[in-house]
Design a protein around this ligand. Sequence first.
Ligand code: APR
Ligand code: MG
Length: 278
Amino acid sequence: MKEIPRWSEKDVTRTLPHRNQEGHKGSFGTALLIAGSAGMPGAAVLATYAAMRSGLGKLTVATSSESIVAISSFVPEATFETDLLDRINDSQLDFNQYSAVAVGPGLLPDYKTEAAIDRLLPEGKPMVLDAGALSPRSYDSAAAPVILTPHMGEFSRITGVSVEELQKGQAAYAADWANRLGVTIVLKGPGTVIAFPDGETFINPTGNSSLAKGGTGDTLTGMILGMLCCHDNWRHAVLNAVHIHGACADEWIRTRSPHSLLAHDLTELLPVVMNSFE
Ligand code: APR
Ligand code: MG
């Protein structure tokens, strides 16, 4: 495989959109986040917080009633849909208002999560699938870009290839499966690989070991969702979110110990880090 290009700081500066002075919350897009369950409300809190700081206009979080208290006390700006997973095939549901959708943080990989993905794929909205939304499946019914954000273990789960084997050629495997499934694969870890379905592949140059802590993946999912809403080019949204997520971790370790980062600290640094690219 030829050398894989890096999505550099310059690329982010060139492609990160300026916020239109004439814009209103409607024009920056409404996102739908399906995340969080009774046992895992925190993942939804982290994804919500990151999404709301990443350029969108409005966010609806579809989550369990237990998670709503946790989310709204940390991010009072979010609005909610309750029990969406139980009503997902209700013919009254209308997803037209949404510009992008993310599914998975704090969800189990069960039949309810799969039913939601089946229902949403043909809706024609860019979709980010993470954590509980990552299972072996086909994406043939997708009517818009689908972005999978697995770590190695999840990549092994969706492909059926062992972690040991995948580690022999992470970028090649990501590119191969992106092509086979017709989706974008963000294969996370040191040197995250972003593989698009047409074969275009990048390596992310930012990030460090401070990110190796539970919750940072949920934060990334929120950032991608928010960026999809404010970018015209969905590929740039994905690449910029991954780059900036890592850049927040790099900013953290300039003055703080890499042992000490919490996932929500990334989102707290986001305003200053994003500003450095504008
Ligand atoms: N260097 C650079 N980046 C790293 C490193 C590292 N050494 N280690 C991790 N990262 C980055 C990854 O690239 C990714 O962006 O941190 C993030 C970790 O994301 P996940 O692995 O998805 O972790 P997270 O979801 O936050 O927490 C673990 O995932 O598998 C589920 O159920 C599991 O709840 C658990 C959760
Ligand atoms: Mg994760």
